[in-house]
Design a protein around this ligand. Structure first.
Ligand SMILES: Cc1cc2nc3c(=O)[nH]c(=O)nc-3n(C[C@H](O)[C@H](O)[C@H](O)COP(=O)(O)O)c2cc1C
Length: 384
C-alpha cells in the first residue's frame, strides 16, 4: 500500500461487466493489462491506466499466503489510498475452495473483481495443483468458483441478475462473469504464435454467453492476431472504421485534488477490428504492454511520456530498484510490436543497468530525455 491503512481505501464500486457494457456500446474492445508476476504492481497499473487501459490485473497472489500473513498481503497487494486506483482485478493462485473464498472475501472491499489463475504452466505451480494443473481438475475449479461466490454473497458482495443491468452494484447470472483465453497449450512456447483457429471456435461458441478476453500476442493495435476470428464472422464485409473521438469508460479519478490526465483509449480508426465484427469482447496484453504501456492509447512504440509517467508513479508507490530497472529496460528497448524503434540504444541500456541507486537512475533518465527530445525531463526526485 502506498499510503495509510486498509481502512482508508475507498471501495471501488465499478463492476467489470459495466466496463464491458460501456466498451461494447462504443463498439470497441475492452483494454486490459495482464496479470504479471513481479511487474503488474500499482505504479505500473497506474501508468497503463493513464494510457487508456480499462482494467488492470494484479500479479498472481497465492490465496493461502494471502489469508495467513499480513506481510504477504502488504508485499503482494499494493493499493492506492490517495490518487487513482484503476479498476483492478486481483488474481489468485489457489487449489482449495475455502482458501480462494477467504482470500476473495478479504480483498473484495479493495478491488473490482477476483480472478482464478488456471493457466500458469510453471512446474512449481503445477506441482502444487495451481495454474495450468487446474485444467485437469474441472470439478475442483467449479467448487472453488461456487464456494467463492457464495462467500462473497454472504459478505454482501452479491450482484444481481442480468435483468438488473442498471443496478449500480452490477449484474451477473453466471458463476463466472467473464473469461480470459490464452490460446496456447501448456507446452507451447510464447515465441510461437497463438492458436487463432482454436480461439475462433471458442469465441464463436461461447462469445454470446459471456464476455471473452484474448490474452496472447496483443503487441500493437495495428497488428492484432485476430484474422481467424474475422474470417468466421458473417459481418466481415461490413467492417468500417470510425474517426470519431472515443470516450474514456469511467470518469478520470482525482489525484491530490486535481483531475488525472488520461490519454483516451485508441479510437477504432487505428484498428479495423471491432466487437461488432467478432464476438470477442476485449484484449489483454502482457509482454506488449510491459514494453509499451501506451499501447492502448494507440502508440506503436513506447513514448518518452510513458517512461516519465511510470517514474512519477514509482515515486509515489515505490518499487525495488532492480524492478524499476527491468521496467525501464522493457520500455526503452525495441518492444514487441512490428515497429522496432527503441528509446535507448543497447549501449545506453547497458549503462542504465549498471546504476546502483534511484538518484542516479533519475539523473540518467533526465539526461536521456533532454538529449533525445530537447526538453528538460520531468522525473520526480523524491516522493511528492
Ligand atoms: C513476466 C510475465 C509474468 C506473468 N505472470 C502471470 C501471472 O501472474 N498470472 C497469469 O495468469 N499469467 C501471467 N503471465 C502470462 C500472461 O498474463 C499472458 O497470458 C501471456 O504472457 C501471453 O500474453 P502476451 O502474449 O501478451 O505476453 C505472465 C507473463 C509474463 C510475460
Amino acid at each position: 500500500m502506498d499510503n495509510g491503512a486498509w481502512d482508508d481505501v475507498p471501495c471501488p464500486d465499478l463492476h467489470p461487466l459495466k466496463l464491458f457494457d460501456a466498451a461494447r456500446r462504443q463498439d470497441r474492445f475492452l483494454y486490459v493489462s495482464a496479470p504479471m508476476v513481479r511487474y503488474s504492481k500499482l505504479a505500473f497499473r497506474r501508468t497503463v491506466y493513464e494510457y487508456g487501459t480499462d482494467i488492470c490485473f494484479t500479479p498472481m497472489i497465492l490465496s493461502k499466503e494471502f489469508n495467513r500473513s499480513h506481510l504477504a498481503r502488504d508485499s503482494d497487494f499494493t493499493l492506492s489510498t490517495q490518487g487513482p486506483q484503476p479498476p483492478t482485478i486481483i488474481q489468485f493462485g489457489a487449489n482449495s475452495p475455502i482458501e480462494l473464498a477467504r482470500s476473495s472475501s478479504l480483498a473484495a472491499p479493495y478491488v473490482n473483481g477476483v480472478d482464478l489463475n488456471c493457466g500458469c504452466p510453471q512446474s512449481w505451480a503445477c506441482a502444487e495443483t495451481l495454474g495450468a494443473a487446474l485444467m485437469g481438475r474441472r470439478e475442483l475449479v467449479r467448487d472453488m468458483v461456487i464456494e467463492t461466490r457464495e462467500r462473497l454473497a454472504r459478505d454482501g458482495w452479491a450482484v444481481g441478475k442480468e435483468k438488473e443491468m442498471e443496478n449500480p452494484k452490477g449484474r451477473s447470472d453466471r458463476h463466472i462473469d467473464f473469461l480470459t483465453i490464452h490460446p496456447r497449450t501448456r507446452s507451447t512456447p510464447s515465441s510461437a504464435p497463438i492458436f487463432g483457429e482454436s480461439l475462433a471456435i471458442l469465441v464463436e461458441k461461447y462469445g454470446d454467453t459471456l464476455p471473452i478476453l484474448l490474452s496472447g500476442d496483443v503487441f500493437s493495435l495495428t497488428s492484432l492476431p485476430l484474422s481467424p476470428l474475422l474470417s468466421r464472422s458473417p459481418q466481415t464485409s461490413t467492417i468500417t472504421t470510425s474517426t470519431g473521438p472515443s470516450r474514456a469508460l469511467s470518469s478520470a479519478p482525482q489525484e491530490n485534488g486535481s483531475a488525472l490526465h488520461r490519454h483516451p483509449p485508441a479510437t477504432s480508426s487505428s484498428t479495423p477490428f471491432r466487437p461488432s465484427t467478432t464476438k470477442l469482447a476485449g484484449l489483454m496484453s502482457a509482454r506488449g504492454i510491459l514494453a509499451n504501456p501506451a499501447l492502448y492509447a494507440g502508440h506503436e512504440t513506447c513514448p518518452w511520456s510513458a517512461v516519465e509517467s511510470f517514474l512519477r508513479h514509482a515515486a509515489r508507490a515505490p518499487l525495488h530498484l532492480k524492478l524499476i530497472l527491468h521496467h525501464l529496460n522493457e520500455m526503452c528497448g525495441p518492444g514487441m510490436g512490428p515497429d522496432k524503434r527503441s528509446l535507448l540504444s543497447k549501449a545506453e541500456r547497458i549503462q542504465l543497468n549498471s546504476l546502483t541507486n534511484m538518484v542516479d537512475v533519475i539523473d540518467f533518465m533526465d539526461d536521456m530525455i533532454e538529449r533525445k527530445t530537447g526538453r528538460v525531463g520531468g522525473v520526480p526526485r523524491q516522493e511528492e
